[in-house]
Ligand binder design. Sequence first.
Ligand code: F6R
Length: 242
Amino acid sequence: MNLIIVENDQELGQKTGDLILNKIKANKNIVLGLATGSSPITTYKYIIEKTNQENIDWSNVRTFNLDEYKGLEPTHEQSYRYFMNQNLFDHVNIDKNNTLVPSGSVKDNEKAKEYDKLIEKAGGIDLQLLGIGINGHIGFNEPGSSFDSLTSVVDLTDLTIEANSRFFENKNDVPTKAISMGLKSIMKAKEIVLIAFGKNKAEAIKHLVEGPVDVQWPCSVLLNHNNVTVIVDKEAASMLNS
Ligand code: F6R
């Protein structure tokens, strides 16, 4: 695991943005796995800025998002499809048909798993960007999730609902279920970059970097992957041993 500690969220966005853009420059047909939430916002802002400055071509890039709230339409302002359009896709020359977000209207796990087949058909994810929950979730794979899980309908924990309520008018509006790529789906990515900033992520980052591998800390599954870069600010790194 390659650990990079930066000063703040701004530097996090630059480092992560450069890493992703360099991969796109090297492979115009890259398949990216993408995340939503607060963590990637500075990264996406930086990516948009640089893409425009350097005329970086996204026309052949394909993307798969990690997750979507169950029951939210793509047009809902808190849906992850809406977030991705607003924060990235509307500002680069990507073909929206090549941007996949799991469907919030999926009824059962048989249907949900078709997402993994689509990823496979695209040749697999070359570079997966991840955030991390306070409880160590990646995607919406909450503590206790099977390391063998594929894309499925999942229940959100109270902690996650509470954490995400900041984006909704009130806590009761936060969906209690989501559709998320599973831990096995995530582990199939050829390369993974996980980003985090802030003190409230420090405990999860400690479990991610120092282990042990434990289903109660889903992030720790990444210790079994051979190409992971973790980019965190000083606060998120503040509980690490050395
Ligand atoms: C989002 C996702 C989640 C978030 C995590 C951290 O697509 O899969 O795992 O990355 O909940 O969220 P933020 O970045 O808002 O702290």
